[in-house]
Design a protein around this ligand. Sequence first.
Ligand code: SF4
Length: 257
Amino acid sequence: MALGFKDAVEVAIGADLCTIEEAHDFMKEVPAEKPFMATSCCPAWAMMAKKLFPELSTNISMALTPMVLTARLIKKQHPGCKVVFVGPCAAKKLEAGRRTIRSDVDFVLTFEELAGMFEARDIDFDKLEPEDTMHGASGDGRGFAVGGGVAEAVVNAIKELYPGAEVKTAGAQGLAECKKLLTLAKAGKYNGYLLEGMACPGGCVAGAGTCQPIAKSTASVALHKKVSTHQHAYESNYQDILSGLEEGLFDVPEEDK
Ligand code: SF4
């Protein structure tokens, strides 16, 4: 708030909603409509997949990303507000610039850029009083930030929402490994699988705009998961409005379109 932001909302709330959507999509579409499904939340992975493996593009989940779902939720709650996504990811700038998303996310800043703003304003980050505004997300949603966390959240949701269903997963981190994963998927090695791709080795905790060692961020995420009021995405308080958020079934002010 020292920089002029009105509030901070954790994007893991959107990760919970993304999890629920991907769980339902997986059960509906694999194998009836497609041999496997790949997660959609890492824009660098999704773009690489669509460019290098265009024939597999329909295998990338159509679920909206945590960033977009959270932005839509904020705009529903606070019509007319401006939404700034702050995170470790440089690729989110490209995602936010896409025509269908531009109205939801107004600006994207990396942690590094935010740190620069604190420095420019001569604000000592370490001396700020913590404000308890980051709550409402599940442990699984918070776990999206670490490699393997997205698939784990979706599997947990499938187990609860579709008792008895089996889902196999495979994942890759770093674009070279992601490319290998898709090459094998193209050859049919992952039929029936949920594939998680993360462009940064380690997951988002290793994003290009982060300011601290990956191991430290990974440990912080684990701690943050533990103190969640609930552990699984399917317990989200926001799931009833998920379909409205997906379809934009609420009034977005004209100037925000
Ligand atoms: S893995 Fe890296 S590129 Fe992908 S969403 Fe996370 S920070 Fe962004």
